[in-house]
Design a protein around this ligand. Structure first.
Ligand SMILES: Cc1ncc(COP(=O)(O)O)c(CN[C@@H]2CONC2=O)c1O
Length: 280
């Protein structure tokens, strides 16, 4: 089943109009929520961000967020999703192609589930990354469907045999193409401030909570590409990749070239947070 507008229907029953503004302009917002043990992880925080993203592009949701939450819980249950992701998207709707907002168009909500296991190999062994210029717009805090900059960056990583592209704007590391980036230097965590140049990741926010509980110092300050290259440890964070060590950047090892101790400590704390919030 999928969620289409306000109904759970079979995917075969639905189609997307060629003049849907998400399709033609990327005019919409989205969220990706992880499910563990059949329970969504930090769903309220994701839905609050969806509401904020919609507000920031002057898009009104077609029904209350509380209704959407219940529909998503029903979708997870109906699809027997034990471990995987829920993708939610809100388009400004269908209207004759014109850049200005349509006079009247009902925003279209869709959502579907994906069965997906945790990326254990990447979590245990780490991944490779490359750096590339951050060419995206200046409202990266909005989780919009305008993802071409991210798509091109991710493909650059793939072209170089890597899993993620680390974005650099004017010499400063912002984030990954679909992740947040953290470095550890002399025991302190550093990550880009949550401003208009990055997405304030939900996983990033969980890491701040876990770092506090683990008494790991964390500094929300910008850092340079040079600081990235001389870091003791580097990891990325996202809903689908959790806390994933980066062990090689641009062909050079990070630290000892293996997941570091602070990263592993946070990974362990993250697993405990999953258990605390989805097994209780
Ligand atoms: C540009 C960007 N930065 C950071 C993040 C991390 O945010 P969360 O911790 O809230 O996931 C994402 C998530 N991208 C989602 C995660 O999975 N697939 C995506 O498109 C992202 O697209």
């Amino acid at each position: 089943m999928i969620l289409y507008d306000e109904r759970l229907v079979s995917r075969e029953e639905t189609d997307i109009d060629i003049e849907d503004r998400a399709y033609q302009f990327g005019d919409g917002v989205y969220e990706m929520i992880r499910v563990y043990h059949g329970r969504p992880f930090y769903m309220d925080e994701h839905l609050a961000r969806l509401e904020r993203s919609a507000t920031e592009i002057r898009l009104s949701l077609p029904y209350p967020i509380t209704r959407l939450k219940q529909l998503l819980l029903d979708l997870i249950q109906q699809n027997h999703l034990e471990e995987g992701n829920v993708y939610i998207q809100v388009s400004r709707g269908v209207a004759p192609r014109y850049h200005g907002f349509p006079e009247q168009a009902r925003p279209l909500v869709i959502a579907y589930t994906q069965h997906a296991k945790r990326p254990l190999a990447e979590l245990n062994h780490g991944i490779k990354a490359v750096t590339t210029e951050d060419i995206r717009w200046l409202r990266c805090d909005i989780k919009s469907l305008n993802l071409l900059g991210a798509v091109l960056a991710k493909q650059t990583a793939i072209d170089h045999g890597a899993k993620e592209a680390i974005l650099v704007r004017d010499g400063i590391v912002t984030e990954g193409s679909s992740t947040n980036i953290f470095i550890i230097k002399d025991g302190t965590l550093h990550t880009h401030p949550a401003n208009h140049l990055i997405l304030n990741g939900i996983t990033r926010q969980v890491i701040f909570k876990l770092a506090d509980e683990c008494e790991i110092p964390i500094s929300e300050t910008t850092f340079s590409k040079e600081a990235l290259e001389s870091a003791d440890e580097v990891f990325l964070s996202s809903t689908t990749m959790e806390i994933c060590p980066i062990v090689e950047i641009d062909g050079r090892p990070v630290g000892q070239g293996v997941p570091g101790p602070v990263t592993k400590q946070l990974q362990e704390a993250f697993v405990n947070e999953i258990k605390r919030t989805t097994l209780a």
